[in-house]
Design a protein around this ligand. Sequence first.
Ligand code: MN
Length: 729
Amino acid sequence: MTSGSYFVARLAERARSPLIAAPVDFAGLRDRYLSNYLDPNQVELVCQAFLYAEEKHAGQMRRTGHPYISHPLAVSEILASMRMDHQSLMAALLHDVIEDTNTSKQAIIDRFGQPVADLVEGVSKLSRIFKSRAEAQAETFQRLALAMAKDLRVIMVKMADRLHNMRTIGVMSDEQRKRVARETLDFYAPIANRLGIHHMKIEFEELGFEALYPLRADRISRAVSSAKGRRKELMEEVRTAISSALMREGIQASVHAREKHLYSIYRKMRAQHKSFSEITDVFGFRIVVSQVDECYRALGVMHNLYKPVAGRFKDYIAIPKKNGYQSLHTTLFSMHGVPIEVQIRTKHMESVALHGIAGHWLYKSSGTSEFAFSQQRARQWVRDLLELQQRAGNPLEFIDSLKNDLFPDEVYVFTPKGDIKELPRGACVVDFAYSIHTDIGNNCASCLVDNNPAPLSQQLQSGQVVQIATVSGGLPNPEWLTFVVTGKARSSIRDALKTQELSQSIALGERLLNRSLASVNRSIRDFDFRRLRRLLKAFGVRKLDELLAAIGNGDQMAYVVAQRLVSADDPASETVFVEHDGPVNIRGGEGLVVKYARCCGPVPGDAIVGHMTPGKGFVVHIETCANIAEIRRRKSSDIIPARWSGSTRGEFLTALRIDVNQRKGVIAEIATTLTDTDASIDTLNVEERNANVTSVIVSIGVKNRTHLARVMRRIRAIGAILSIARCSQ
Ligand code: MN
């Protein structure tokens, strides 16, 4: 037996101990946690979820040798100790029933309602991501996880799940143990850190390190305890000295020695090439007080008591870390010149440091009965961070990183086998098909998105599973060119269409044009093309066959040709009905995806026109857009009248130009105002005009003109705003 396997055996032994594997039964969970902070009816709901999960997992065992339900119970205990709301606890109890028992989401909706079912499904999806075999970057995974967690409770449940799995990792095979440990160090610990949940981050790191390098972890842990033993008396003296010095100044504080964590020692030894003793001989203390001003007073007391080490003082209270962490850090020479690291913070800061986003609400909501950790709270989190950053300065860099986290430009979609494809936002099923293989793109015929049939034009969202059905010998449809967004899909479609025979192009064009015309009860035969020569000329062709070939190989769009044919015949039919995100209808006909011009950013309520842009499809502009004026001069027949249908829904991007007086924090204030008025931020750019005036160009998502007007009114009310206007109008 090698020494390595000895430590592995010890990990396994610990994993099987009931205290770790099955730390709590439902009565314990209820009495120790739930009844302390939940209403009786909420406790009852959690109990129902427990009974349901217990029944579903009946007969299943974990490798630790305990009934399966011990795991969901342990996961909900972790969350209950953080005082998470009852829905999170229910989701924790139910988190494995979709994946591991044959229970449908619908069954959970029927039994426990939509919010709980959404959480359970979200956790299952996240699990799928981490099971994926794709070799994606750690950064990508973190962004993906955060992007998907519009409801942060999903992340919390998933992290608690992983935490318990890490505690019992010793029962896994060597290979599994190494893979899961690596993943925990690479993904889970950084996410916990990003969300500021310190105690989880530390536990992920300690457990991951131990599982990955059992031998090294053991050596360091022995060295730590022997160092502690050597210094024990000295450290107790120092602690007493600190306590009494604070007391003399009338500062109520708790003072305790900080544990050094094995993984952080290991990392420092490697990164800074330091010896073990150089790192472990520095001891840490934490001083927790009630008020912020007491932090600074306590700091003064400490600097009086012991000599500070120059250059080691950090004020994270005035300038908090990105995840909200606040504290004063200083290093001092204590008795006999032994260096000590001291952290000084308030109870609130301590709570945020330990629990991160969760801590914020733990603290704020204490005393109130309603404690919902919901999307509303997630927005509050953004606002809090903005506030913190406003005080810290440099809001631009911050907004940039926030934008990356909350409004990523990519979507991440799964193949049925669990591989991840990264696509630009707005990508559709056809883009996905081409991202797998050109042949799959060329031959794709239909698809299932999350097991439901969907049109090939459907825009994809992160976390969806897409299954493509192909036909052999298929050809791409020229109309796909109106909705694909990736260069790969576009060029592949064009290449494939070029290779077809002229007769094939004509036949395809004829079929497509007839289908478009059928929606207005017409067909090609109804038109006398000798009378429509001018129209043919407008499309750059001399006869009908050439026009049909142009449609068939993707140079012209069938619905545009149909529209022009119909309106040439009947001038009253010129209006196209534009619906958001859906097809443009020629009186309810052929489908195509509408795009909204970035130059003018039309929103419902604006007077609009459409323009057929090669390779982009039907693009909607504001009637007065400068680009439209240009096109109108060159070729007014390219402009197609359009109007909003009555039932537009969703978000429309438009750009504002805001001139502001240079003042610290004003950009964060604009961002906060936008969030407050429910406008989403897409991009934000800043140009310095001169010493006093800065232009902020912000692209935002709004519902319609009324919404936009309200947003502009609110921004105008901010003190430093000089002017605000829509771009390109
Ligand atoms: Mn689980």
